[in-house]
Design a protein around this ligand. Structure first.
Ligand SMILES: [Zn+2]
Length: 262
């Protein structure tokens, strides 16, 4: 498919909307999808229309100032999309939905930022939990600020999920992956709790990620990177030999790094 053709982009948004609706990632008129057409024009889903029942002509054309160049009203969450495009010139598409498992984690105050599943580490990296912000206000983009340059998928507290990508399908597949990951993690927790991969194993996955040409934004364990000075990090299973000189030096280095950040 030629992603650059506007009619193809309109059609792809329709198909992604149908998939999101059929999979229960959105209910009623929830969710929104957008794509970059060129340097300053974007195509976005209209407000007040179910993502499962859209047609290509429903899409709204806007610029980076949220000025509308077509019929229809854009999604009320468009400022969040435009914020992402402004901060991340590499991003070509943004998808927002409320898939139940991932949104369940976001509602329980749990991020998806532990190194648990190999495919997720290689393809998405960590999925942080952004603070709650009132939908359709400036608060929402602000909550993404701490993570926008280091992640491609975000949980929004008490709300849902946002994913970004190099194309519409890339952003959509990240949404699928996040929800699938949350579903698996939910089952693992019911079975006694997930086991995290060791740092050594995670490093091998980082190498794989780079070999595949996937940009390493923040593939690691967001929960404990850099700051972790615990003897045994439950997130990464870092085991130190507490009698050896390496343990002491490593702790000193981590404390100094933490102090420098203050
Ligand atoms: Zn929403």
């Amino acid at each position: 498919m030629n992603q650059t053709s506007e009619s193809n982009l309109r059609q792809t948004i329709v198909e992604i909307g149908q998939r999101m609706y059929q999979r229960g990632y959105v209910a009623a008129n929830d969710g929104n999808i957008s794509v970059r057409i060129d340097d300053d024009r974007f195509l976005t889903t209209p407000t007040g229309v179910s993502k499962g029942f859209m047609s290509p002509e429903n899409m709204v054309v806007v610029n980076s100032e949220n000025k509308v160049f077509s019929e229809g009203k854009p999604s009320t969450e468009l400022p969040m999309h435009l914020f992402i495009y402004k901060e991340r010139p590499d991003v070509m598409a943004v998808v927002h939905a409320h898939p139940p498992y991932a949104t369940g984690f976001a509602t329980a105050g749990l991020s998806l930022d532990k190194c648990v599943l190999a495919e997720v580490i290689v393809t998405i990296g960590t999925v942080p939990l952004a603070e709650y912000g009132t939908p359709a206000t400036e608060e929402l983009p602000n909550t993404l600020k701490p993570y926008i340059h280091s992640c491609d998928a975000f949980l929004m507290a008490n709300h849902g999920v946002v994913t970004v990508g190099s194309s519409l399908m890339d952003a959509y597949f990240k949404m699928e992956r996040v929800e699938h990951y949350a579903n698996i993690l939910y089952i693992a927790k019911a079975l006694g709790g997930e086991r995290v991969l060791s740092k050594k194993e995670v490093e091998k996955l980082y190498d794989m990620r780079e070999a595949q040409g996937i940009k390493s934004l923040n593939p690691g364990c967001y929960a404990c990177q850099d700051e972790c000075i615990e003897e045994s990090c439950v997130n990464c299973e870092v085991k130190y030999d507490t009698d050896g000189p390496d343990y002491f030096n490593e702790i000193v280095e981590k404390v100094l790094a933490a102090v420098r950040k203050l």
